[in-house]
Design a protein around this ligand. Structure first.
Ligand code: HMG
Length: 448
């Protein structure tokens, strides 16, 4: 019983990795040796690579693997790409690949970066006269820039840096609440460290400067800095990706005409534009593609997720990120999405697989990566909507999920081969697979 009672520990972070594992396996597992074996099985045999992973985060005990797949045949602005994708869900890579192949013969994807501005804020409380605060801001603004000159020098030399600093009065939302709302250009860097360093210096300059500002009363001199942090909401770091073709070229089979397909497809998108329950699932499908490329290229998928969903709700209702229309006989399908990505700094120089993924993508700039990631999202949504509005999602998804089910059922290699062949002409479901495996094992085999 005592084994499963939670136990606290002091000084865990200071223990060696071996001691941490000892404590974990003996405290939480009924079979501690089995748990230790699993943990050790996932260590990298190359000690240098393992150490690299150990040091990415804190209290590392082992590695958690996700598959890295690739989706070929993406024609983006007339250049061919094979896109790396890190994801655990079956059918996502196949769907992206299928959509890429479909659009390859129809002119490919056209993309454009619309803007690249990122935002950071110093949040502070001031209970004095707003006119005096405005005068103080005017007075201190040049010093805010000069005090951060050493931080911004390299970025400015490359053409980026601080674009603007505004004083924002938020007192309608919260008593005494003001901000320095700062816009940045961080070029190929995602920019989190750069932005946060600038903001923390702004906060210091602001607080210190207020103490000696002549117009302020003693109370007004006590500006209360709450925090300084970048925002992951980046509606002005925006990229657009689009596909288009003649309506009659939209179909590959005789089962549905191009007109009927375009009609159903546009209906599906417009439902996601008005119905939040559908919009969330619709956008989840888009994020299947986006997150997979963001992860493969060592970017921060939590930041991207948070920013994208806020953008989807920017008009006060959560909506589809993609749009579709037919105009003059041409079908158009497009996405506009905020993406703050980096191709330098962070994991990009550290993680061997991230380096590999970036080389596979021809060493993109951050702007190019924004376009590739937006395309992955659009392609994913196209594939999902095409299935949803024609065959239904389960047919293709379950076909791709077959190996997972066979593994869950403990099928051996021979059984997997036989049943993969069998399910080319039968509908996949968990029970159908388990039944077919049972038949195979019990003698008569599977047929038909
Ligand atoms: P299919 O027509 O049966 O595939 O489609 P195929 O065997 O005829 O192959 C055609 C092409 O598909 C291949 O060309 C590949 O590009 C790709 P080829 O390589 O032969 O020249 N393809 C594959 N690529 C890699 N590995 C494979 C593979 N199989 C096909 N094993 C497919 C099958 C699954 C692609 C199709 O049914 C499909 O696109 N389905 C959509 C699946 C999907 O969207 N999955 C996402 C997960 S579901 C979800 O979470 C999101 C959702 O809820 C979002 C929403 O509601 O909007 C649906």
């Amino acid at each position: 019983m005592a084994l499963f009672m939670s136990k606290s520990i002091s000084g865990f972070s200071k223990l060696s990795k071996a001691k941490k594992i000892d404590w974990i396996v003996t405290t939480y597992f009924s079979n501690s040796e089995e748990a230790r074996t699993i943990i050790e099985q996932y260590w990298n045999t190359d000690a240098k690579i393992q150490q690299l992973h150990d040091e990415f985060i804190e209290n590392t005990i082992t590695n958690y693997y996700l598959p890295l797949g690739v989706a070929p045949n993406f024609l983006i602005n007339d250049k061919l790409y094979t896109i790396p994708m890190v994801i655990e869900e079956s059918s996502v890579v196949a769907a992206a690949s299928k959509a890429a192949k479909f659009w390859l013969d129809r002119g490919g994807f056209k993309t454009k970066v619309l803007s690249t501005t990122k935002i950071g804020q110093v949040h502070f409380i001031y209970h004095g006269d707003v006119h005096k605060l405005r005068a103080f801001f005017k007075h201190i603004k040049p010093q805010l820039l000069s005090d951060t000159a050493s931080i911004t020098k390299n970025m400015a030399d490359r053409g980026g840096g601080i674009l603007d600093i505004e004083l924002r009065d938020k007192t309608k939302d919260k008593k005494g609440y003001y901000q320095l709302h700062v816009s940045f250009e961080t070029l190929n860097a995602m920019g989190a460290n750069f932005i946060n360093s600038c903001l923390e210096q702004f906060a210091k300059t602001l607080k210190d400067g207020a103490k000696s500002f002549e117009l302020f009363s003693d109370e007004e001199k006590k500006i209360d800095i709450v925090m300084s942090i970048l925002s992951n909401y980046v509606p002005d770091c925006l990229v657009r990706a689009e596909v288009s073709c003649k309506v009659e070229d939209l179909t590959e089979s005789d089962l549905i005409s191009g007109e009927a397909f375009a009609y159903k497809f546009i209906q599906a998108v417009s439902i996601a534009e008005v119905e939040p329950y559908r919009a969330v699932t619709h956008n989840k499908g888009i994020m299947n593609g986006i997150d997979a490329v963001v992860l493969a290229t060592g970017n921060d998928f939590r930041a991207v997720e948070a920013g994208v969903h806020a953008y989807a709700a920017r008009h006060g209702r959560y909506r589809s990120l993609t749009h579709a229309k037919v105009e003059d006989g041409i079908f158009h399908f497009w996405i506009e999405i905020p993406l703050a990505l980096g191709t330098v700094g962070g994991l990009t120089k550290l993680h061997p697989l991230v380096k590999l993924a970036l080389e596979l993508l021809h060493h993109p700039s951050a702007k190019e990566l924004m376009q590739i990631v937006a395309v992955a999202g659009l392609a994913q949504n196209f594939a999902a909507l095409r299935s949803l509005t024609t065959t239904g999602i389960q047919k293709g998804h379950m076909k791709m999920h077959l190996l997972n089910i066979l593994n869950q059922c403990g099928a051996n290699e021979m059984e997997k081969q036989t049943l993969t062949e069998y399910f080319k002409s039968h509908t996949v479901s968990h029970s159908a697979v388990s039944e077919a495996l049972h038949h195979l094992r019990s003698g008569p085999g599977v047929s038909g």
